[in-house]
Structure formats: structure tokens, C-alpha cells
Design a protein around this ligand. Structure first.
Ligand code: NAD
Ligand code: UDP
Length: 345
């Protein structure tokens, strides 16, 4: 299949490009490089030995999309393009709704116009808010506590409406996958592509690795009084290559038309949670470095514990995360060591 990968130069998108090419698909990348650069795509070409077209442009721009769909025979879209910083979304909600919600609307309009009906959307476990219990199943109640989360929830609702409308009229062409990611970490084992946050990282793993390499003095552990094994927050961390391969499985599933309805939801996680202190220890043993840290107050909006029930993805997609914690840490460290300043190294 020929797959349009929006946001393909970003952290998850670049790994998905590798997984798609390795599975024998053709790709076209659309990215405006708002949070990435061409180097990641050059590295994807280096890893896979494959060339592919890259369109520099914005998913909000109808003319860019029209021209892209006119010049490439696209079968399916993986939609990673969007903004993802929770704090920034609270300061600039309009920017987030414009890019994440309106951008997806423009994309769907273009897909409808050009009769491309297969869409895989990057959602997030954030749509579960503070879950009543763990592990989290796909049918748990949905809620959002910040504009970023709300943008994901809104897009999910829009996509569900799109499929319902077609089912009402019996036209039924859309095949949509809502992929709810838990906490993607790690990097491609080559060390050539990985997560390259702008400025000081918000997420745990990039922060830990920048402390380990000496770019940052110490990690603040947000909260030591949660009702968890050691008082620190628990999350379901999964290797970004497992995540990428999950998308390829979803693509195969949708393409084979195994579905009775056109909108599917899958959790992508490992089903196992680790605390912040466990993550620090695992990183130290993979890297041989000491990670300085200090206990700090809870971060506003954080929940105590969150991990996935992955049985739906396992049963329907035949997908489970195969890479363990030490592989996630070793691959993160290899990426950090080889690229101490990210792609600017
Ligand atoms: P990223 O910022 O590394 O990648 C996003 C890419 O989209 C970047 O290359 C950026 O330049 C591009 N982009 C942004 N707006 C665009 C636009 N209007 N037009 C074209 N390109 C645009 O982020 P990521 O971590 O790879 O996340 C990818 C997707 O997965 C996002 O939608 C994010 O919300 C979602 N997600 C990420 C995580 C995570 O922890 N990284 C977790 C859950 C969901
Ligand atoms: N965390 C932390 N210090 C940091 C960043 C994160 O203690 O500098 C904790 C955070 O409180 C949470 C876990 O690490 O318990 C994962 O946070 P992250 O921001 O990576 O992902 P989230 O689950 O919040 O999306």
C-alpha cells in the first residue's frame, strides 16, 4: 500500500516510517517541520535503504493536501501531525485546537474528496483521564483535563461521527483506527533516530537521559506520596518500535476489511506499569551512569498510576509489545550518546 504519513519527521512518525518500509509499504511524508527536521527522514532512508517523497507543508492547508493527493496514489493515511505539550496547550488552546482538531478536519475533507478512506489516528491514553481502576480497557469512560487531551477526545468523537454518518446512509467506506498510546520511549536500535525534544524535556525518559549525559543537573521526581509501591507515579512505558509496528498491524487489519463497523479503538501499551524510581534504576543499569534526582511536589494534573489492558490489540491485531524495559533504556541511551544535542549534533 502507499501510505501518507503526516508528521512523519517527528519522534513516533519517523519510527513508523521505518516500520512501514520494512513491512514492504511505500510512503509519502507530509511535515511542516514545526517540531522536527529533515535529518530524521534522511536517517530513515539510511536505516531502510529506501527513498520516498517528502512534502514540506501543513495539514491545515487544503491546497497542499489537494496537490499531494493528486500527485500520489495514496491508499491510507497515518496521521501523526499535531502538537503534544500539555502545558503549552493550557497557555495556547487556540493553537492546539487549530492544529490538532482543525488540521484533522482538513485532512479528512481532503481524504473524502480524493476517496481515501483508511485512516490511522494518533490518540492517547490521556483520553481516559484519571481512570477508576487499572488496567485500562478501551471501553472505560473518556474525559479530558486539558486542551491537548480535549483535542484528542474531540478528534476521536469527530471520527466516530464520520463513521456513524456513513453507517446511517449505508455508504460505509471509512475504516478508521484510533490508537491510544500509553508512554512511548526508546529509539530505533541503530541509534540514528530517536526523540529530540525542543528545549527542556517535559517527559520522563528524555529528561533522565539528558541528566545522564550531563546536559541537565538533576531530575525532579514529581510526587513521592502517591498510593503506589514507592510513592512515585506509575506509567505503562512501551518501546517506540513496538508502537510503530502496532500501527502497521492496524493498517493490515483495516485493509483486510475484517471489520463490521468502521471505527476501531486499540490501546497500545505493554500492560505493565513502572514507577519513576524503577525507571531511574533501569536507566542507570542500562547506561552505567548515575542519574541525580530530587523529590519534588506532585505535578498538577498527574495521576497516580496508569497502565493498559492490551488484550483487545492482542486478540484483534495479533500485536503485543515484545521489547522489555532494558531494551527501551539501552536504545534510549544509544540514541542520546550518539546524538547528545539531538539532530543538531
Ligand atoms: P512530534 O512533535 O515529534 O511529531 C509530530 C510531527 O508533526 C512533527 O514532525 C511536526 O513537525 C509535525 N507537525 C505538527 N503540526 C503539523 C502540521 N500542522 N502539519 C504538518 N506537520 C505537522 O510528536 P510525536 O511524539 O511523534 O507524536 C506524534 C503524535 O502522537 C502526536 O499527534 C501526539 O499527540 C501523539 N501522541 C504522542 C505521545 C508521546 O508521548 N510522544 C503520546 C500519545 C500520543
Ligand atoms: N515525571 C517526573 N519528572 C519529570 C517528568 C516526569 O517525575 O521531569 C513523572 C511524571 O510525574 C509521571 C511520569 O514521570 O509520573 C511520566 O511522565 P511523562 O511526562 O513522561 O508522561 P505522562 O504520563 O505524564 O504523559
Amino acid at each position: 500500500m502507499k501510505v501518507l504519513v503526516t508528521g512523519g519527521a517527528g519522534y513516533i512518525g519517523s519510527h513508523a516510517c521505518v516500520a512501514l518500509l520494512e513491512a514492504g509499504h511505500d510512503i509519502v511524508v507530509l511535515d511542516n517541520f514545526a517540531n522536527s527536521c529533515m535529518t530524521s527522514l534522511d536517517r530513515v532512508k539510511q536505516i531502510t535503504g529506501e527513498d520516498f517523497p517528502v512534502v514540506e507543508g501543513d495539514v491545515n492547508h487544503h491546497r497542499v493536501l489537494d496537490s499531494l493527493f493528486n500527485s500520489h496514489d495514496i491508499d491510507a493515511v497515518m496521521h501523526f501531525a499535531g502538537y503534544k505539550a500539555v502545558g503549552e496547550s493550557c497557555e495556547k488552546p487556540l493553537l492546539y485546537y487549530r492544529n490538532n482538531v482543525a488540521g484533522t478536519l482538513s485532512l479528512c475533507e481532503a481524504m473524502q474528496k480524493h476517496q481515501v478512506a483508511l485512516l490511522i489516528f494518533s490518540s492517547s491514553a490521556t483520553v481516559y483521564g484519571d481512570p477508576p481502576t487499572v488496567p485500562i480497557k478501551e471501553d472505560f469512560p473518556l474525559t479530558a483535563t486539558n486542551p491537548y487531551g480535549r483535542s484528542k477526545l474531540m478528534v476521536e468523537e469527530i471520527l466516530r461521527d464520520l463513521v456513524s454518518a456513513e453507517q446511517l446512509t449505508g455508504s460505509g467506506a471509512w475504516q478508521i483506527a484510533l490508537m491510544r498510546y500509553f508512554n512511548p520511549v526508546g529509539a530505533h536500535p541503530s541509534g540514528l533516530i530517536g526523540e529530540d525534544p525542543n528545549g527542556i524535556p517535559n517527559n520522563l525518559l528524555p529528561y533522565i537521559s539528558q541528566v545522564a549525559i550531563g546536559r541537565l543537573p538533576a531530575l525532579s521526581v514529581f510526587g513521592s506520596d502517591y498510593p503506589t509501591i514507592d510513592g512515585t507515579g506509575i506509567r505503562d512505558y512501551l518501546h517506540v518500535m513496538d508502537l510503530a509496528e502496532g500501527h502497521v498491524r492496524a493498517l493490515d487489519y483495516l485493509a483486510q476489511g475484517k471489520s463490521t463497523s468502521g471505527c476501531h479503538t486499540w490501546n497500545l501499551g505493554t500492560g505493565k506499569g513502572y514507577s519513576v524510581l524503577e525507571m531511574i534504576r533501569a536507566f542507570e543499569s542500562a547506561s552505567g551512569k548515575t542519574v541525580s534526582f530530587k523529590m519534588a511536589p506532585r505535578r498538577a494534573g498527574d495521576i497516580a498510576a496508569c497502565w493498559a489492558d492490551t488484550s483487545k490489540a492482542e486478540n484483534e491485531l495479533g500485536w503485543t509489545a515484545s521489547r522489555g524495559l532494558s531494551e527501551m533504556m539501552e536504545d534510549s541511551w544509544r540514541w542520546q550518546l550518539g546524538n547528545p544535542q539531538g539532530y543538531r549534533s
